[in-house]
Design a protein around this ligand. Structure first.
Ligand SMILES: *Cc1c(COP(=O)(O)O)cnc(C)c1O
Length: 463
């Protein structure tokens, strides 16, 4: 499998190179040159397999010869053993044809674990093979840094530095990061805000000289391996509901478009997905683009579903590349225009997008109302992200015959504040995490100064 850039000017890479590279040198994102196909028989054979084995079969064509089969199988077994539910991604029935796909049984209670638990092990494998060490730097406003930390904890060739704004993340969020005690895990609490953290990480990637030649790696949502890992649960859940003999639809709480793009990939590979519904919070660029061809930025809004608070959906570029017939130059032009001001997709591309995706947006008052309503109807307590997907299913599903799967992207205990605002007493953490508030923490407080942060990272890395 070869991977090409959405901007058309960077060299084609194999899987190993793509995992280690992140963004392409021409500013684009890597995508497979073409999507592998799974026959009806191959899809049917996934029924009843352990999750790790289904994952092996779905991902194998993307990995190609870059990892020996038995090594990859063992890696996947270990990856998904870190989940607290044996099914990894269990389905729950809500009514006659509405299902919830619980993607929050990983170590940090959100769906990002599904991909980051694998990405850490992939990086470790490739770096170990090359005899290199990798340094990961990332910034978090609180809710996603922990998934990267948990993903890197088992790695022996990767050191991770996660910057969070000191005293500006909730205690549970902080503790999910700072109670991970491992020699390669470094939590840096920055005396500043999230933007300060992000600016310092960006500057460090732009000029890596402070690392004296050690490799800096990004694990943000544009890494192809993350998309690939997310393709798997579309297959396992659809097969559980009767695919390939029956069509299935999905509703996906969306922000950077990584998760729902994985659904698109599954469909391109041959999975009979009828409808893909894109659910957003008040940061609704995807809904405006798909609904009205208004491809423009709006100021960031802080919502009750903070993991979906974005201005630009980075992975949308991967879809655009397909909609524009893999014309990298056209994508360059379009995204240049987009950076300069409001723009539109060309009419043909936009119509194609609308045939593929439905969309929906839910603001904060709506989220609170739906959390309460869904509980009344089904007895399920939804987290604020999942609430957007749940209501999108109710508003947008095309027909009554096709089962719809709403992706439950986080456990409600992770966003207790919203649940309390919706009128509930609170939510207990799952039993394997119930001692979180008693665990030992380790983190370092640093000023919001680039030099201080880079000096500390360089010192810890011995360079
Ligand atoms: C990241 C995240 C999303 C959005 O996923 P994208 O791949 O960015 O579209 C939704 N819900 C939760 C809980 C998340 O952490």
């Amino acid at each position: 499998m070869r991977y090409i850039s959405t901007r058309g000017k960077a060299p084609a890479l194999n899987f190993e190179e793509v995992v280690l590279t992140g963004m392409a040198t021409d500013g684009g994102l890597y995508v497979p040159e073409s999507f592998p196909q799974m026959s009806k028989e191959e899809i049917a054979e996934l029924a009843g397999l352990p999750y790790a084995e289904a994952a092996f079969r779905v991902m194998k064509p993307f990995v190609g010869d870059c990892i020996p089969e038995e090594t990859f199988r063992a890696m996947l077994k270990e990856t998904y053993a870190s989940f607290s539910h044996d099914a990894v991604a269990p389905l729950k029935q809500l009514d006659s044809n509405h299902f919830l796909l619980e993607l929050f049984h990983g170590p940090t209670l959100a769906f990002k674990d599904v991909a980051l638990q694998l990405l850490g092990r992939l990086l470790d494998h490739f770096l170990g093979k090359r005899g290199e060490r990798g340094v990961i730097m990332g910034a978090t406003s609180g809710d996603t840094g922990s998934a990267a930390i948990e993903g890197c904890k088992p790695c022996s060739h990767v050191d991770i530095y996660i910057l969070h704004p000191h005293n500006r993340v909730s205690e549970v969020q902080r503790r999910q990061m700072t109670t991970v005690i491992a020699p390669n895990v470094h939590n840096l609490a920055i005396e500043g805000n999230f933007d300060d953290c992000q600016a310092m990480v960006k500057a460090s990637f732009a000029d890596q000289s402070f690392l004296k030649g050690q490799r800096l790696i990004a694990v943000n949502s544009i890494n192809w391996a993350r998309i690939m890992a997310q393709v798997v649960y579309y297959f396992t859940s659809a097969v559980a509901l009767g695919a390939p003999h029956r069509e299935v639809s999905f509703s996906v709480p969306s922000a950077n478009f990584g998760d729902v793009f994985a659904g698109y990939v599954a469909r391109q590979m041959g999975l009979p997905i009828k409808q893909l519904i894109v659910a957003t919070n008040a940061n609704d660029i995807l809904h405006r683009t798909l609904g009205e061809n208004d491809f423009s930025k709006k100021p960031l809004q802080a919502t009750l579903a903070p993991s979906m608070d974005i201005v630009v959906s980075s992975n949308f570029e991967r879809l655009l590349f397909d909609l524009y017939g893999q014309d990298g130059e056209a994508i360059n032009q379009l995204l240049d225009n987009f950076q300069q001001g409001p723009t539109q997709l060309d009419e043909v591309a936009w119509k194609k997008a609308r045939n593929l995706f439905s969309s929906f947006t839910l603001d904060d008052p709506g989220i609170l109302k739906i959390i309460a309503e869904a509980f009344e109807r089904t007895g399920e307590l939804l987290d604020p992200h999942t609430a957007t997907g749940y209501e999108a299913t109710r508003q947008c599903a095309w027909d009554e015959q096709t089962p719809v799967v709403t992706l439950a992207t986080a456990h409600p205990a992770k966003f207790e504040e919203a649940v309390i605002q919706a009128g509930f007493q609170g939510v207990a953490l799952p039993s394997h995490m119930s001692d979180l508030l008693q665990r030992k923490e380790e983190y370092q407080v640093l000023p919001a100064e680039l030099e201080a942060v880079q000096q500390e990272v360089a010192r810890q890395q011995g360079c």
